[in-house]
Design a protein around this ligand. Structure first.
Ligand code: HEC
Length: 157
């Protein structure tokens, strides 16, 4: 009788250990997710991979390799008196714009909205539609989950 009691205790104890292990493992995975976007691209779709290489080629010189934008983008102007390139990584206001608007900025720069625009975001009219969507998919894939969720709920298109 005593043996059965000890045996059950051990089984219960093992269950608790396994349960805590699973909880901990899940928690760790969830935390890692927030930081893995930039480092691990192995789960990325082909569209995002294409977007990432087009980004590096066409955008990173101004917006930064990690989409971090230029330092002081929101407090100073460059030596020509133009705006610096803002971050596209979710810390700026990029995610406030809907997809069509972002698409148009990437293709035509700001001159489509303001014919007298004299700043540095000139657009990329030689990129195809698919290429621009893939850059946008890449940019969005970098955003933290909280921003992605907000974006999806405010921009249902
Ligand atoms: C020559 C530098 C330069 C290059 C190259 C460039 N940008 Fe920009 N971009 C800017 C600047 C500067 C701004 C801010 C425009 C302003 O306020 O005049 C901007 C603004 C933007 C915005 C609006 C951001 C917001 O938060 O409102 C997006 C989106 C954007 N760029 C995407 C891109 C993408 C994608 C590429 C590559 C295909 C690219 N840019 C290439 C300089 C550049």
């Amino acid at each position: 009788m005593k043996n059965i009691f000890t045996y059950s205790l051990i089984v219960i104890f093992l269950f608790i250990v396994i349960f805590l292990g699973l909880v901990f493992f899940n928690e760790k995975n969830r935390n890692d997710d927030n930081f893995s976007n930039l480092v691990s691209m192995e789960n990325a779709s082909e569209q995002i991979l294409l977007g990432s290489s087009l980004y590096l080629e066409n955008c990173a010189s101004c917006h930064g390799n990690k989409l971090q934008g230029q330092p002081k983008w929101n407090i100073e102007k460059d030596s020509d008196g133009h705006n610096y390139a803002p971050p596209l990584n979710g810390t700026g206001h990029t995610w406030h714009h809907n997809q069509e608007y972002l698409f148009n900025i990437i293709r035509y720069g700001f001159k489509k909205m303001d014919p007298n625009y004299k700043g540095k975001m000139m657009g990329n009219e030689d990129l195809t539609d698919d290429e621009i969507w893939s850059i946008l998919a890449y940019v969005k894939s970098i955003w933290p989950d909280s921003i992605k969720d907000k974006y999806e709920s405010t921009n249902k298109n």
